[in-house]
Write a protein that binds this ligand. Sequence first.
Ligand code: NAD
Length: 245
Amino acid sequence: MGIERAVEHVKRSRHLIVFTGAGVSAESGIPTFRGPDGLWRRYRVEDLATPEAFLRNPKLVWEWYAWRLKLVKNAEPNEAHRAIALLEKLGLVKAVITQNVDGLHQRAGSKRVIELHGNISRVKCVECGYKGELDELPKEIPPRCPICGGLLRPDVVWFGEPLPSDKLAEAYREAREADAVLVVGTSGVVEPAGSIPLIVLERGGVLINVNPEPNRYDPVATVNVRMTAVQFFRDLIRALKAPSP
Ligand code: NAD
């Protein structure tokens, strides 16, 4: 299964980082984009999560975000999120680089989280650049800027948009320092994020790929562990004789 080899690599690592995607939150009830529950109404994600879609129909895009935001607000971090936070506390994990926008790593207690794709609970104004937090679901859709009345958009990275340069630089720095990366619950197809774990490999480190399905890392990973995120971290925590998270 690869789990024993994965545990050995984790134990031996000096600078372990975790790279996560939508799959780590699947067991919290948040659908991935590419799984069977990934569709909303009959739209493809690529037709909603783009600047063009927002310009064309901000109301439709906001209805989708309101649906996702509600799922995120009602979700709880799962055992995998909590184990990652525990391993950071124990000094084993140095950073979490996530493509997720749900904030569940932080809610589980992770401190050093690099959010590559923004956060669904934040908004920004397309007119004046105002940024704010969404403590509750927007009352009016699409919501308006409290400063200038312009359109607010989710503070996330859409397809075709550049990633925040400071976050990307931080993620590259972590990947260059790491001698091991745990890649959890990502297809790896979204670039440039998907290439970050490969930096660890290129520099002689190990890549542990945790996913119930094959993905882009399968052919190159040091170890492939065909498990769900929760199953994997349960086994890892037990093997490390750490307290349960
Ligand atoms: P993806 O939908 O392309 O891939 C999800 C991956 O998770 C797949 O490889 C799947 O096999 C795997 N997976 C499914 N259930 C799993 C489980 N229980 N444990 C471990 N792995 C599991 O997602 P992506 O690679 O993250 O890329 C899509 C983009 O959309 C990213 O930016 C992503 O973060 C974003 N997104 C975010 C959320 C969120 O914040 N929760 C949800 C959906 C999509």
